[in-house]
Design a protein around this ligand. Structure first.
Ligand SMILES: [Zn+2]
Length: 86
């Protein structure tokens, strides 16, 4: 069982937001289950200046840093503040 904040210093993982499981049908399309702890949520952050979606996110429970490879999420373009090396 993963504890709260356990992955705060773990290496970032690269995933596609589109592949993650939706948190709930009544929840925002951005809100998905964390692929690492399967308990916390990822919400997709927005850049505070441009209000664009950012590709770097963090689980609300385990603290895992997640980097999205998606160019669009929920039909909106994603600002790649950290590049996917692949
Ligand atoms: Zn998590």
């Amino acid at each position: 069982m993963i504890k709260a904040g356990e992955n705060i210093n773990a290496n970032p993982i690269r995933v596609s937001h589109a592949d993650l499981q939706r948190y709930g049908e009544t929840e925002s399309v951005f809100k998905k289950f964390c692929p690492v702890c399967l308990k916390g949520a990822v919400m997709v952050y927005r850049d505070q200046k441009s209000m664009m979606l950012q590709n770097v996110d963090r689980c609300t429970y385990c603290g895992q840093t997640i980097i999205y490879s998606d160019r669009y999420i929920g039909g909106e373009p994603v600002l790649h503040i950290e590049k996917d090396p692949s």
